[in-house]
Design a binder for this molecule. Structure first.
Ligand SMILES: Cc1cc2nc3c(=O)[nH]c(=O)nc-3n(C[C@H](O)[C@H](O)[C@H](O)COP(=O)(O)OP(=O)(O)OC[C@H]3O[C@@H](n4cnc5c(N)ncnc54)[C@H](O)[C@@H]3O)c2cc1C
Length: 446
């Protein structure tokens, strides 16, 4: 199935559209051929932030988005803005994988990323309910406690402002039951990601970028150095943009714009859901500090509230379930009641449910692929893309604008496409593994 079919511009069921304070601007499709210094394919966090800094550096930037701004993962995330690596990776693991120089810079980008997002919010007046009250990593078991402690020790040694919390403190911080201890980084934040995408698009346009929606790139050719021809379809008509450089920022929604590009990532199919607004009384006990947390369970436990007091939960879609939506909602209901037993007897009907795609690389770290001399992709942010993809995008825009070397963007640089062995099989496994994750958690193997 083409990833084009994954794009649902209705944003049906996405809670963030209910509370979006940014004006939703309808941008027209590309209606004529044009030229640009830089074409960005994809209007998510990565593409839009790249457009901001590249346009600010004086480039003529065109963003081509197949759906609407934020329609991919960016407008659909849980909005957890996390200063930590995914999948239990520690700062030390990252330095081992990327080497000391890039590893250190990548760790800094992750540790301080939410602060840079806060600067963007301030600078452009983005109305995305960005609230920097911290993020917490709680330990749910003795196995996870060892990992949580290692991560804490390494971040502390790195210089991140982490604080260790004992059992009582972690309960007070999260409002949740069953956690043994953990740590908090006050830099972490929550955001309305759909509103944030709209605000970033406004900022990019303010800097001079042009953004076209409903314009799907279908081919990218480089006939000569410094000359890239991008073909896109809009309203059933093919248009061309001649550009100096191209960034493919399509993350999980990547098609084979360059042969086999989609095989360089494993796509994950995720869902998020939101309860009805909780009562003011119960809100004093559930995530009372209006921050967020994510734990190290395989079928992760996490929680945050939206601005109207909805509890946001979610997991991976189990595609082989008779009804994947009902399966996900039942799982989330059970998980919410386990984490917050004080909700028993209260209305925790899920008002909203939505799905989206995200992607990982085998190293759980994003990479830049140089696909042709002037055509790049930046993909594979794993499940921590809210802050990371914006921060990487800002750096990529500076690179295109001549203000930074490519080697100073602290991710691995790959020449050509790095395909993943048995990518199709691994992606299929990802669609069916959620019950196994749950079982491992129940058996206390995580
Ligand atoms: C349900 C869900 C929950 C998540 N929760 C969190 C979270 O709480 N915290 C966190 O840190 N991360 C979370 N993530 C991950 C995070 O959202 C992503 O890593 C991040 O938003 C990726 O941004 P992006 O700009 O790289 O890609 P995307 O936002 O996916 O943007 C890619 C864009 O490319 C467009 N596109 C694709 N092909 C073409 C084409 N040929 N032509 C033109 N346009 C094209 C798509 O329409 C899309 O808009 C979540 C992801 C999902 C799916």
């Amino acid at each position: 199935m083409s990833t084009a079919e994954w794009i649902d511009t209705s944003m049906k069921g996405v809670t963030w559209t209910r509370t979006c304070k940014e004006k939703r601007v309808q941008r027209g499709p590309l209606t004529q051929d044009e030229t640009a210094d830089l074409v960005v394919v994809g209007g998510g966090f990565c593409g839009l932030t790249t457009a901001i800094t590249a346009a600010r550096a004086g480039l003529r930037v065109t963003v081509l988005e197949g759906g609407i701004v934020g329609v991919g993962a960016s407008g659909r995330t849980g909005g957890y803005t996390v200063p930590n690596h995914p999948h239990g990776l520690t700062p030390g693991d990252v330095e081992e994988r990327l080497g000391p120089r890039k590893g250190h810079a990548f760790n800094a980008l992750v540790a301080e990323g939410p602060n840079r997002v806060a600067e963007l919010v301030r600078e452009y007046g983005i109305r995305s309910d960005y609230l920097q009250n911290g993020w917490t990593l709680p330990a749910h078991s003795s196995i996870s406690l060892a990992k949580v402690r290692t991560a804490y020790d390494q971040w502390k040694a790195f210089g991140a402002p982490v604080q260790w919390l004992d059992r009582e403190q972690i309960a007070a911080e999260t409002g949740a039951s069953g956690y043994i201890a953990g740590w908090k980084n006050p830099v972490g934040a929550v955001v309305n990601p759909f509103a944030h995408s709209q605000g970033l698009a406004r900022a990019a346009e303010q800097e001079g970028a042009r953004i076209y929606e409903d314009t799907r790139v279908t081919a990218i050719d480089q006939p000569a150095p410094g000359q890239v021809v991008i073909t896109a379809r809009a309203n059933g008509v093919s248009r061309r943009v001649q550009a100096g450089k191209v960034l493919i920022a399509t993350n999980a929604y990547t098609d084979d714009l360059v042969p086999k590009l989609s095989k360089s990532i494993i796509t994950l199919y995720l869902y998020t859901c939101a309860t009805r607004p909780l009562s003011p009384e119960i809100l004093k006990t559930v995530v009372p500090n209006k921050n967020c947390f994510t734990d190290l369970r395989d079928a992760t436990g996490f929680a945050r509230l939206d601005v109207e007091g909805r509890l946001i939960a979610g997991g991976a879609v189990f595609v082989s379930a008779i009804n994947p939506r009902n399966y996900g909602l039942k799982y989330s209901r059970d998980k919410v009641l386990m984490l917050f037993p004080q909700l028993r007897g209260h209305d925790i009907t899920f008002q909203d449910y939505w799905e989206g795609y995200n992607c990982i690389t085998e190293a759980y770290l994003p990479h830049i692929q140089r696909l042709k001399p002037d055509v790049f992709s930046l993909l594979g942010c794993s499940t921590r893309g809210v802050s990371l993809m914006q921060n990487l995008g800002l750096l990529m825009g500076e690179f295109f604008g001549g203000r930074r070397n490519l080697d100073d963007v602290p991710v691995e640089l790959v020449d050509g496409v790095r395909t993943i062995r048995m990518q199709g099989f691994k992606t299929a496994v990802g669609r069916n593994i959620f019950p196994i994750f749950q079982l491992k958690d129940r058996l206390r193997l995580t």
